[in-house]
Design a protein around this ligand. Structure first.
Ligand code: DGY
Length: 330
């Protein structure tokens, strides 16, 4: 068996794969593998351990060859997979849900708190030597406690965000295509019948939907105008869910108060992107799942998915069950 790993990742997963005695090839770099090299490297592979930076499409699947059995993404999101092409070829795709839920919600929460209380601006002020006295008007932010948290999407990570809100005695309002009556009954969350209904009442709007054609620019100029002028937008899902030009205008014109972004469109953000000129826009480089423990867990889960498929067992976290059935592993 031949396995190709597309980047340097925590070694716990690659070490497990090496222990199998299979031929393990890895792109030992912290940079994205050039597409042409990737197409060469996957040739003849039975399994590929990929990142969200690699598009797994017809071209790549053809370059790999018909022996390819599984592509294991080191991410919960798999918008880099063309799932229909994978399933058509009976190639199983897997992702890394659950192991990163709390770590991702922690970072989204950190963005919420940092933007609400203006921490980046305050730190810069101190570093710039501007702190001369206690000031009653200095860095007045927005209250988090008792405010309303609006969730667009209440899957695993959205629900973890809501759990964090309870310690701050916040009201939680959510919109999701699937109504979660269990969460409403257990925790008192409020269901909103549309994205707009969330935007109109929330002090903090946190986006937790997958990226797909239906969610492209879900947060656009019209919807930003519905938000409170004191509201803060948090995006730790995928950059293109928010229209970046509309977000710039909304932040620049004071339509909304601030934004905290773990993800941008494009990624990485261009250095001349106007969002970078705004103090009320906190941007970090897609690090929501980046803790030592969670990245180890993601690496191990991705490797386990490959090991299972290559030893004729069902993968732990498949994204296309039809391909699992087609390989006789269900
Ligand atoms: C994911 O898992 O989809 C994140 O965006 C990367 O950790």
């Amino acid at each position: 068996m031949k396995v190709f790993i597309t980047r340097n990742i925590p070694d716990i997963g690659p070490a497990k794969l090496r222990a199998s005695g299979w031929e393990i090839d890895q792109w030992h770099s912290d940079d994205v593998i050039p597409r042409a090299t990737l197409l060469e490297k996957v040739h003849g592979a039975d399994a590929v351990l990929s990142l969200l930076t690699e598009r797994i499409d017809a071209e790549l699947l053809d370059a790999a060859g018909s022996q390819l059995k599984v592509v294991a993404n080191l991410a919960v999101g798999f918008d880099n997979f063309v799932v229909s092409e994978m399933t058509k070829r009976h190639v199983i795709g897997t992702n890394t849900p659950d192991v990163l839920t709390d770590t991702t919600a922690d970072l989204a929460w950190a963005l919420l708190m940092s933007t609400a209380r203006m921490l980046p601006q305050a730190q810069k002020y101190v570093h710039d030597g501007k702190w001369t006295t206690w000031g009653p008007l200095l860095f007045r932010g927005q209250d988090i406690h008792h405010a309303t948290l609006g969730l667009i999407g209440v899957g695993r990570i959205g629900a973890a965000m809501a759990r964090r809100a309870s310690g701050f005695e916040m009201k939680v309002v959510y919109y999701d295509a699937y109504r979660r009556q269990d969460l409403e009954e257990k925790y008192g969350y409020h269901y909103a019948s549309s994205v707009e209904a969330v935007l109109l009442q929330a002090d903090f709007v946190s986006v937790h939907t997958p990226y797909m054609p239906e969610t492209h620019h879900l947060i656009n100029a019209d919807r930003l105008k519905m938000m409170k002028s004191t509201a803060i937008l948090i995006n730790s899902a995928r950059g293109p869910i928010v229209d970046p030009k509309a977000l710039y205008d909304a932040l620049h014109n004071g339509t909304i108060w601030a934004a905290g972004l773990d993800v941008t469109s494009p990624e990485p953000i261009h250095m001349d992107d106007p969002l970078l000129s705004l103090e009320n826009c906190l941007i970090v480089p897609h690090i929501a799942s980046a803790s030592m423990q969670t990245r180890d867990n993601m690496s191990e889960l991705a490797a386990d998915n490959i090991i299972n498929v290559l030893t004729h067992k069902a993968p732990k976290t498949p994204v296309n069950k039809d391909a699992v059935v087609a390989q006789g592993l269900a």
